[in-house]
Design a binder for this molecule. Sequence first.
Ligand code: AMP
Length: 533
Amino acid sequence: MSFESLGLSAPVLQAVADKGYTTPTPIQEKAIPIVLMGRDVLGCAQTGTGKTASFVLPMIDILSQGRAKARMPRTLILEPTRELAAQVAENFETYGKHNKLNMALLIGGVSFPDQERALERGVDVLIATPGRLLDHFERGGILLNDVKILVIDEADRMLDMGFIPDVERIVATLPTLRQTLFFSATMPPEIKRLADRFLSNPKEVTVSPPASASTTIVQGLIVVPEDDKREALLALIKSQEVKNAIVFCNRKRDVATLHTVLKKHGLNAGALHGDMSQPARTETLEKFKAGDIQILVASDVAARGLDVQDMSHVFNYDVPFSPEDYVHRIGRTGRAGKVGHSFTLAAPFEGGLIEAIEKLIGTTIPRIEVPGLETAVLEAGDGRRRGRGGRGGRGGARPGAAAGDKPRGPRREPRAPREHREPHPEASAEPQAAVAEAPRDVHMEAAAEAHREPRPERAPRERRPERAPREHAAREHAPREPRAERSAQPPRERNSERSPERRPERRRDRDDGGPAPVGLGDHVPAFLARSPR
Ligand code: AMP
């Protein structure tokens, strides 16, 4: 099938040809004609399938008729992260270069006045993360009652990040008569329920990830005591022909520390996580995409959906808590038929997480050894650290290891497995063992104090009561961070805390990163325990 047969206009076809695309991907083939017909779409597709163009191309055509009024966008695209929002905006610029459309990007970490000026000019397409959009809405800077097309992208990620209540509030402000395009990589029951509420007689479009990707990712699993992970990572990087790589960590703090360690070892590394300022994130990402940074140490929230051409390696410094994240992480490499490598470092206590991943992908990840390093044994369990320093299975911290010297508290439970899990096609790599040649002389750095990057939990956020705009104003003045930090910010910038990546920080008040206790937690004050006279 050709792009011409999909019913797109000449300017859009020209932009597609300029980009060098000759044939539509399956999701584009299926979704574009439906969107052009004005029907709602329920799309089950993940990044890498050409999903973005499947809604951007027909939207450009629909928008070519009519004009936007000041502060009244005609279409709205909701994305869970700033990076994804920025990527969609880039797509709009590329595909809409022969059309005169105004676009605004509302994401955290960017100044409000600039965004307000863009809205004032009138925008055809508004691309936003939910928190920042609500901030603008509640300030009265934007009216959503002229939105004719709504796109909810990466709905399952929105759910994971606790954004669904915000999305519901946004949808409640939109006209009921609109076209809605709803995309999710997976369709667990809670996502399906949401889709049923937001969509009207949708056409379902499902595509599996490209089959070739599964065989082009060579996976490997290295099981080592936790304190040996750095040594193993450095050895792997040195022994592999790494053109460019992402090293994924579960914790923001580990991202920063590992970044420093890699730089100390002379590697060209950058860091990307949700606590960095938006300009720093954008700059790092651009450098990585341009090849100026070879190794990007990143957290999931910052790296989700990253579209970097020809990535040679993905390293999982931690086993992700959710098996789906494993599939997303390794899917950054081995794209477009190119061979990619993914190495996962697992400590014994992460055995339960590996088990869940292998169940999801329907295959065993080949175990490999790093020469010179002791191989450990995975333990059955839930992925929580046990005892000190994660030396699971061997009892106690290694003498002299700075890392494990601090007692570590219990960890949060990993996410419960989703009911719908089936072997994931993208991740079903052929069992193929690779043995890394590793020099033994790489020495250990003092390991970072472990501090789990908290994942927002679903239940409490889902239960969050609807806030009226006025209540929000009151909430803004509630303390969220230490005073010193907050008073350093200009008042208008405070709202940027609502960005996806900052939200969890407000919940991080336990050293082990676990959820904040509700009410009194386990502690019962003495006066309550006393029996009444
Ligand atoms: P997405 O799933 O939207 O993140 O797209 C993944 C990658 O596929 C991006 O690099 C797009 O530029 C690319 N792409 C999208 N559509 C096509 C197409 N029809 N032919 C070739 N590449 C495409």
